[in-house]
Design a protein around this ligand. Sequence first.
Ligand code: UDP
Ligand code: MG
Length: 329
Amino acid sequence: MLILNPTAHTRPVLYLVIPCYNEEKVLPITAPLFLTKINALISGDLISSDSRILFVNDGSKDRTWNIIQTLSKESPYYCGISLSRNRGHQNALLAGLMEARDQCDITISIDSDGQDDINAIDEMIAAYNDGCEVVYGVRNNRDTDKRFKRITAEGYYKLLNLMGSEIVFNHADYRLLSSRVLRELAEFKEVNLFLRGMIPLVGFKSTSVYYKREERIAGESHYPLKKMLALAFDGITSLSVKPIRMITMFGVLIAFLSFIGIIWAVIGDLLGNTVSGWASTVCIICFMGGIQLLCLGVIGEYIGKIYLETKHRPRYIISERTSDTDDSL
Ligand code: UDP
Ligand code: MG
């Protein structure tokens, strides 16, 4: 017997949550595609007509917010919120999800640049109707990625899994979440956000749908190497304390080796085989110095994160909503 979601017998209210940062080139192309999709789903009786396309303007410096405001006047299905400054993709996405939380039955988060195939939405909704509360959009290949990004990304997923986090391979932030999952997600108060690692921790029944990730329609990626590395590091440190444990193990190993070295040196000295040994001494000092600095650095990263978490600063601040200027309200 199928266990249906409470809202599945009625048509669910869907909010598409779309973070946008400097996307003036992309939005005029992709926004109508999202609208066509929503219209098709409504006329196919798959979702409620209260469904919306919610744009989150992540402190863009170009005309993105103007475009979102214009869109919201063109169709009642478009709406938007604007953050008071750029807070980064993960925070912007969370802001959108939390905004939608009390108004919908399901959210689907999707990038604004047309890279995520909107046709996977049908399958996601079907999975929700079958009782899944989390549906991961998983890309079935990385052909459209540059070689460097493909190798580093796949290596990274493997590393995260080694570190003990249950991250879904090749899944980014294209996913369906039920309002129940969103309410639980709201209880995760951390500022060191890595949503794709947190959602598996929330639990509930989940599944994956597969899609082909396309090239960006226009504009440029906002994830240069520096930001990618920062996200990668956040991912590891927000989910796992294994690196610290590994350092401890490594410390024990080095201490053991040093102990053997000391015995060896003492015996050598007693036997009168004293060597000039300048090179080996320098090598050992450099090696130990390097290892110690590396270990201190990793521990420092965690202390830095603790410092940020203890401040409990808000993760985002909403400065405007398209509904603020809605004449109809
Ligand atoms: N984005 C955002 N804030 C940022 C950077 C990116 O809201 O500081 C949005 C961006 O507009 C896009 C999504 O996050 O909708 C993914 O970004 P992008 O396409 O640049 O990343 P990539 O697909 O290259 O990993
Ligand atoms: Mg993209």
